[in-house]
Design a protein around this ligand. Sequence first.
Ligand code: CTP
Length: 436
Amino acid sequence: MTNQVNQMEMGHGDGAPLDLEGKHIVLGLSGGIACYKAAELCRALIKAGSTVQVVMTAAAEQFITPVTMQALSGRPVFTSQWDSRPVGESANSMAHINLSRQADAIVIAPCSADFMAKLLHGRADDLLSLMCLARPLDKVPLLLAPAMNREMYAHPATQRNLAQLQADGATVLGVGTGFQACGETGDGRMLEPEQLLEDIVAFFMPKLLAGQRFLVTAGPTYEAIDPVRGITNLSSGKMGFAIARAAREAGAEVTLVAGPVSLQTPRGVTRIDVKSAQDMLEAVVRRAQDATVFVATAAVADWRVSAPSGQKLKKDGSGQMPALAFTENADILANVAQSAVATSGALYCVGFAAESQDLLENAQAKRLRKKVPLLVGNIGPDTFGQDHNALLLLDAQGVLELPRASKLLLARRLVREIALRLARQPAALSPAIIQA
Ligand code: CTP
């Protein structure tokens, strides 16, 4: 029952499967203080829809008890290669074989320096290392979440082991930086459970955009009136951040140019923070040359104050607000869509249209005006600041409706649609095709 409630909380809100639905993960714990985070990771994996089988080394048992992990995973924990309890249907009582045969992936979190060295040499003197060695290499991927002191992490032996383990086919999920349990500060902390979950979900996504370089704008812009006041809008940036995440999950390199928003940067995405429309234009123009896809989700201010005051504007007792003159901001999307890199077909441009009514007509007109092959329409007041949205995709071929769902799910569907269009894109997009 608890799981059901949690799974509903984690859902995309439209009955769509959870991110790890149907997956079975073997979660291996080796010895390290980060074992306390493995408890949260176990919960997060289950909330995301997977089943979890925990396997622990003797060193891990010094940091957290199997009882805790059993309670969180809802399954007995395995700790010994001599444990003859049956696993699933199999009657051979060989835990090191049967545990991995049912797994979609083995995730070692935390993966200690010692356990890494063990894996590297193919040693197999405990259940976890034995199971990793005995896993079918082509069917059961191995994901490692290193966790250790910064000196241990930086040591050439550890770095050599990490490189060799990757060459042997393991996926290394990276490390965090910051304060360590030993009192030192640096690289080597295990990633936080939600970061690991994001990486694990991404790992399972089809890599439809491998080799593509996405440039995404997101959020509002802020146009200063004086040093303490400005003009902005209600855009939360959530749709653009979700697109950046979905594109990275699908294997693209992603740069996100973000207006002032307080959202977490999606894992593996390069973020550039900007304030005004002019800052955003500069940041985009500088990077558009290297991109293959440009997605403009930002709600860019149409006007800026022509001459912002260097000092705070004071009331003068007249009861009148000081008169402000405005200058129209450059249209970032239209500029990029008309640049040589886009018209030559090397950069595929996707625009958004935030409308309040007549979505289809307004979005159709906007697509032609901005000269973009794909335009995504949405009703601004229905979605600004929310976690859900509904999209209307318009291109030269017609219209496709993506019904109301979470922004992340819609972003994944949009990314799939973009991948389809890239696959059938002619070598050079002629303006005639865009206008058709
Ligand atoms: N856009 C942009 N630069 C601007 C204005 C808009 O890049 N100065 C982009 C948005 O990121 C979006 C698309 O153009 O992809 C449409 O934005 P929208 O605000 O819906 O339309 P506007 O161009 O501002 O037109 P209008 O206000 O008349 O609806």
